[in-house]
Design a protein around this ligand. Structure first.
Ligand code: NA7
Length: 534
């Protein structure tokens, strides 16, 4: 990269948000450079190549809607696409819209600093080069900075260690090996059944049990695909106005407590058989009413006991410390069944924590050794703010983003922060982000940013900044909306509580994708109220 090249916009991250942002800005006639740390496009789906990686939203919904031709032409092989299929989709979109010429792969942004005149962003990359830009769009993703557990002595371990989000490209030899998996979030729950089929022995190290529902993935039925595609516009319109960003919403628009116990059980059974997230969408008050939520949580705990033969293991797998759905609900293909295999052991770290690593494996606090050849860290991410902090963002008057957000992230509509003019975060803190279908969130945010930039250009303006008042009001609103739900009662990455030292703040907008869109539309209709466009 030549020193001090200049662009109208720099987009950081070639996941689905960055790819679409590049396309939109380029269509508007802006010069754009997209910088991506990975050696390929796809973001989350580029990095997360661990065995079993798969999306938990139906592929026909979890896809771009901006091009009718694209959505009609592309065919999904499975109802819930695998990582490889999503990666191919990202590559296809880049090729189809001729985006590669503006993308630089294998370059990591290490600094993003307002220049002395406070007129440009100066973006530094790990090759030592710098570029200048009017607009900086952070499409860095919510889940891209890995959380590596601090295991004393890990460097002494002679086996192989991989974090799931940094899985190597070449196959990892697991057959016949003694494998350990630490972590039982969505990732651990996907990786465990697949690894169990290959490993000689698999030990699952669980700190906190999680709720998981059967995803019931299957090959795409051509008839289902055809009829969906015939009504694609209706599906997309419904998704945009829905809470979860998909056309599949609440199954029964009444309280779980308004029906008899028998009827409730029948509805949960039906939802369990339907698969995916159906159980937590069975009634309309599961995320807001503790007593209603308890009925769903009890149902799933009974399912766990009915699947897992050893009662002690079954009980250890039953979450008892948070309402169902208040941590990202996991979806699996045979997770609980895996614990009936002879080659699988569950270790409950709540009873006996990891004391440290040794050359041959891990040792627990009780002194119990676990010999391992391969250790898989499914330990999650420094979510939402982690990737932004890692970029070294410094705004007006030399203020670091890390410092400005020390008490928790502050972004108006999840996308702009006062003191950081012309910087936009896509699906950032304070937006529905991953609480809704990622594609619905991404397209809405990208379209909003594109229209805002267009608005500024139409007014001959160069500078867009959120006001501190609008930001304060939004941060309060996000917290108030979360407080009306059960979300804050769980320790989860939604609250940053998986990372030591992070303030416990609910980082996402829990009011739903549709309500968020309507609010953004109102802001635009009111001349982008809350932004100073100068
Ligand atoms: P998650 O959901 O954050 O899960 C991480 C798991 O790793 C969770 O079970 C953690 O236990 C466990 N963990 C983390 N650190 C440790 C240490 N030090 N020791 C033991 N166990 C640990 O990440 P995922 O990758 O599964 O999923 C992230 C999102 O990706 C998911 O929500 C979907 O949106 C897709 P804990 O619960 O903290 O006790």
């Amino acid at each position: 990269m030549d020193e001090e090249e200049r662009f109208d916009a720099v987009v950081v991250g070639a996941g689905f948000a960055g790819i679409y942002m590049l396309h939109r800005l380029r269509e508007m006639g802006l010069s754009v450079r997209l910088i991506e740390a990975g050696d390929g496009v796809g973001g989350t789906w580029h990095w997360n190549r661990y065995p079993g990686a798969r999306v938990d939203i139906e592929s026909l919904s979890y896809s771009y809607s901006f091009s009718s031709e694209l959505q009609q032409e592309w065919s999904w092989k499975e109802n819930f696409a695998s990582r490889d299929e999503l990666k191919s989709y990202a590559e296809h979109v880049v090729e189809r819209f001729d985006l590669a010429r503006d993308i630089r792969l294998g370059l990591r942004v290490v600094s993003a600093v307002r220049d002395d005149d406070d007129s440009d962003w100066v973006i530094g990359t790990d090759d030592g080069a710098q570029v200048r830009t009017t607009y900086l769009v952070c499409a860095t993703g919510s889940l891209s900075t890995s959380n590596l557990p601090d295991i004393p002595g890990i460097d002494e371990f002679r086996g192989v260690v991989h974090h799931t989000a940094r899985w190597p490209d070449e196959p990892v030899e697991l057959s016949g090996k003694r494998v350990g998996v630490i972590g039982t979030g969505s990732t651990g729950i996907q990786v465990v059944p697949v690894v169990a089929r290959q490993a000689g022995h698999l030990t699952v190290f669980q700190r906190t049990a999680n709720f998981s529902l059967p995803i019931r993935n299957s090959p795409m039925d051509p008839e289902h695909e055809r009829s969906w595609k015939e009504r694609y516009d209706e599906h997309r319109a419904a998704a945009r106005q829905s809470s979860g960003g998909s056309s599949s919403g609440i199954l029964h628009d009444f309280s779980a407590l308004s029906v008899s116990a028998e009827e409730r059980e029948r509805i949960y059974e039906e939802a369990w058989e339907l698969g995916g997230s159906s159980v937590i969408r069975a009634f309309n008050d599961l995320m807001t009413n503790q007593a209603a939520n308890d009925t769903a949580a009890d149902f799933v705990r009974r399912k766990i006991h009915s699947i897992v033969r050893d009662p002690e293991t079954a009980e250890a797998l039953c979450p008892r410390d948070h309402p169902i759905g208040t941590k990202r609900i996991c979806m699996d293909s045979g997770y609980y069944e895996t614990f009936n295999r002879d080659n699988v052991t569950l270790v409950d770290l709540k009873r006996d924590p990891i004391a440290g690593a040794e050359p041959d494996g891990l040792r627990l606090a009780s002194g119990a050794p676990h010999e391992l050849d391969v250790l898989i860290l499914a330990t999650g991410f420094d979510a939402v703010t982690g990737p932004l902090f890692a970029m070294g963002v410094v705004g007006t008057d030399g203020r670091e983003l890390r410092e400005a957000w020390a008490e928790g992230p502050r972004a108006y509509l999840g996308l702009a922060t006062s003191g950081f003019p012309n910087m936009f975060v896509l699906t950032g803190p304070g937006s529905p982000s991953v609480l809704a279908n990622g594609f619905t969130s991404i397209e809405q945010h990208v379209d909003f940013v594109a229209a805002l930039v267009e608005h500024a250009r139409a007014h001959g303006a160069q500078r867009i900044e959120a006001t501190a008042e609008a930001e304060d009001e939004w941060v309060r609103h996000v917290d108030e909306v979360a407080s009306r739900t059960l979300y804050k009662s769980a320790n989860s990455w939604y609250l940053g509580s998986n990372i030591p030292g992070r303030p416990r703040v609910f980082m996402l907008y829990a009011g739903g994708a549709g309500a968020f869109r309507r609010r953004c539309d109102e802001v635009a209709a009111n001349g982008y109220a809350g932004f100073v466009v100068a």
